[in-house]
Design a protein around this ligand. Structure first.
Ligand code: ZN
Length: 282
């Protein structure tokens, strides 16, 4: 499942590859969720130039100029794959974009096994509405840790739950949230009301570091291989996980605990992330 570092890698690579290409043709092969609808989508994007590929949180935004954008949300199993013209069509392909720049062509496949993702045509106002749904990103140099502290304190829940809420802080999925809490030595079930500003600062910094590390390693690919980059290559952040999916604490070798927090599988070290001692640790 693509989290921020994975979506960042995809949108960056896509921008480098197909910026300034024109969408020559569009094929929709299924009844995939397209908003407002399939026919409008095909009619509107055909013949348009790709001015830029960017990202809003975990949405990939293909900017077409002319106040038109394609938003792609990969959800659980969506993938964007570039293949040469002669290559076999990937499994679960729903949409094919045929792109051209002078004599160069590229074929982009949008695939999604479980079909929880969606594609949305958006004008400038709709794009702004999307942006407004998300809290600040820890990797944004303008993001303010004090604002983060206020946002988590405004929620009455566990800290793990709060940081998975994309309106509180944008970009942390289950994997990176789990490792960020470990790096900050904060128990995932710490009530937000018990978070001190020091703890919040530590967590904000850890979240930033783990996301930047994930980007550097081009995302994480788990055993299900559901995330690969646009060339079909796996990320390597899974080789650097601290506690996610692990047995023992990398700090103190204590056996890690695993429990569901807010319905999401959470690993933590009962010693390093101990609720009662964490205040004294720093
Ligand atoms: Zn430990």
């Amino acid at each position: 499942m693509a989290e921020l570092p994975e979506v960042h890698t995809i949108s960056n690579d896509l921008n480098n590859l197909v910026k300034d290409y024109t969408i020559d043709d569009v094929k929709v092969l299924s009844n995939y969720r397209i908003l407002p609808d399939k026919d409008t989508f095909i009619k509107q994007v055909k013949g348009k130039p790709i001015t830029q590929v960017t990202r809003v949180a975990k949405n990939i935004i293909i900017e077409l100029g002319d106040n038109l954008n394609i938003g792609l949300h990969l959800a659980m199993t969506g993938q964007i794959l570039v293949r040469n013209g002669n290559d076999k069509q990937p499994n679960w392909t729903h949409i094919i974009l045929l792109l051209r720049s002078n004599t160069d062509t590229q074929t982009i496949y949008y695939t999604d096994m479980r079909m929880f993702g969606k594609i949305t045509l958006m004008d400038k106002e709709q794009l702004q509405v999307l942006k407004d749904k998300y809290g600040p990103e820890p990797i944004d140099p303008n993001a303010d840790p004090a604002d983060f502290y206020e946002r988590i304190r405004s929620k009455r829940t566990s800290i793990k739950n709060a940081i998975l809420n994309q309106a509180v802080i944008s970009g942390l999925g289950n994997i990176y949230a789990t490792d960020a809490l470990f790096l900050a030595r904060i128990h995932p079930e710490t009530p937000t009301q018990k978070m001190s500003s020091d703890m919040a600062n530590r967590l904000f910094e850890s979240a930033k570091n783990i996301l930047l590390e994930g980007i550097e390693h081009r995302g994480s690919t788990l055993a299900d291989k559901m995330y690969v980059d646009i060339y079909g290559k796996e990320g390597t952040q899974q080789n650097y996980f601290r506690v996610y999916g692990k047995q023992d604490c990398p700090n103190c070798a204590t056996k890690l605990e695993f429990k569901k927090v807010g319905g999401r599988g959470t690993y933590f070290c009962p010693k390093c992330q101990n609720l009662s001692v964490q205040e004294q640790l720093f």
